[in-house]
Write a protein of this length. Structure first.
Length: 440
């Protein structure tokens, strides 16, 4: 089995053991430290540009593909512009966005959740997190599904409103992200408001759950327009805490980029609905199966497929979830106790820091590399079909994700090379491929 470095930090799982007697594992004294300024994202100036570039990309996705038309590259370049009658900002959109943030915050604080400790901080302490994102997702999704699709009374939820006010909602999210960034800078990156850890909350709750709810809203808009949900849409309607700093990049990424960039394909399918053929659905699900070997998997099937086919999809989901949890469970167990019988068989590389790098098992297997997560991203875009591919815009997610994976891999490699030194060179010889076996 070819061993490949996965996308996770360091492409490895490092288990901190008792301090080594080896002087090389001891931290250098202050006089030995050299002050080095290091920058990510190509230096200190490029992130400043990203403050303007990232929102421009999100607006550009709407500008280049909407109900008025979709970007055409051949035979001549045609860009439709913003949809007719759309507004950049509205009081209602701001109210809805703030209401959404308040709702998700309330669910996070009120619903029961597991308490988990983060990694050891430089001061020796740990941050305790309350984890109930999945419960919050289930409650939010179930309520949105019921009141949006099956309830016709005064409490009916007009989910399709999101589609018609997509542009103004994007602006509201951008404004909130910028305001949150200013707050973080003004308070020297204070990330706790009472018992609420802002960084963990933004990473796991409003953006990711919002992604799912916006996809559901696009399906609702399709029902309002067509009277039913196409199988291409049904495939979509599913459902960096330890090291990255929490400022504009994460605030904007969590609250604006994820829910609005990643729902581009669903928004496209409202304007250009497609009922895929059974072979096309099977192909997309096959791609999802491959990608879900590492991450969340195939969702949706055409309603008229047979019960055995539906059971097969459920089996795939359970298998994929088992593998996903197995990989992460292996990591967690190894960190806590590398002598545990479930992980004691793993091959490791002892480093001078007193840590061990796993060189076998899930975390050194090509099947768990980010290559397959990228394939998963391709599957999320495939419902747009060849027509969507011709305009490129509906496939933005997988194109962006490919770029992100390469960049993340290089960042991880640099960090690990600095952290482990010569031991990282040894590791790279044992696990030679960065992302794609025998290619890269």
């Amino acid at each position: 089995m070819t061993e490949t470095r996965s996308r996770a930090r360091a492409r490895v799982v490092a288990e901190e053991v008792q301090p080594s007697d080896d002087p090389a594992a001891s931290p250098p004294s202050p006089t030995e430290k050299k002050h080095e300024e290091e920058y990510e994202f190509f230096g200190p100036h490029v992130p400043g540009l990203l403050v303007f570039v990232l929102p421009a990309v999100l607006y550009g996705l709407i500008f280049s593909c909407n109900s008025s038309g979709c970007l055409q590259l051949l035979p001549t370049v045609q860009v439709p512009g913003f949809p007719t009658g759309s507004t950049f900002i509205s009081i209602k959109a701001v109210q809805v966005f703030l209401g959404w943030m308040a709702l998700v915050t309330l669910l996070h604080l009120v619903l029961p959740g597991q308490k988990a400790q983060g990694v050891v901080l430089p001061n020796g302490g740990r941050v305790t997190y309350k984890l109930n994102a999945f419960t919050s997702l289930v409650v939010t999704y179930a309520a949105s599904l019921y009141f949006g699709f099956f309830h016709s009374g005064d409490l009916a939820l007009p989910l399709s409103w999101v589609y018609h006010n997509y542009l103004s909602l994007l602006t509201a999210s951008c404004m909130f992200s910028i305001a949150l960034s200013f707050y973080l800078y003004a308070t020297s990156f204070k990330r706790n408001v009472g018992s609420l850890d802002l960084k963990e909350f933004c990473e796991l709750y409003p953006g990711l759950i919002g992604w799912v709810i916006i996809n559901l809203a696009m399906a609702h808009a399709q029902v309002a327009r067509l009277g039913y949900v196409t199988n291409s849409m049904s495939i979509l309607t599913t459902m960096d805490i330890t090291t990255d700093g929490f400022g504009y990049m994460l605030a904007f990424g969590d609250l604006a980029w994820v829910p609005f960039a990643f729902t581009t394909c669903a928004r496209y399918l409202v304007d250009y609905p497609q009922d895929l053929s059974i072979p096309a659905v099977v192909l997309i699900l096959a791609v999802k199966l491959t990608g879900y070997y590492i991450f969340r998997g195939a969702n949706g099937q055409k309603d008229d497929l047979s019960i055995p086919a539906v059971l097969l999809v459920l089996a795939v989901k359970l298998t994929g979830y088992y593998i996903f949890r197995g990989a992460n469970g292996q990591k967690d167990v190894f960190r806590r106790d590398p002598t545990d019988p479930s992980v004691s068989h793993l091959k490791t590389l002892q480093t001078k820091r007193g840590t061990k790098l796993i060189i076998s098992g899930w975390w050194a297997c090509p099947a768990t590399s980010t290559t397959l997560r990228w394939i998963m991203g391709v599957a999320w875009c495939l419902p747009a079909g060849l027509q969507g591919a011709a305009s490129v815009v509906p496939y933005f997610y997988c194109l962006y994700f490919a770029t992100l994976l390469i960049h993340r891999e290089r960042r991880d490699d640099m960090a690990c090379r600095k952290k482990y030194g010569a031991d990282w060179d040894t590791y790279c010889k044992l696990v030679p491929y960065r992302i794609i076996p025998y290619v890269y």
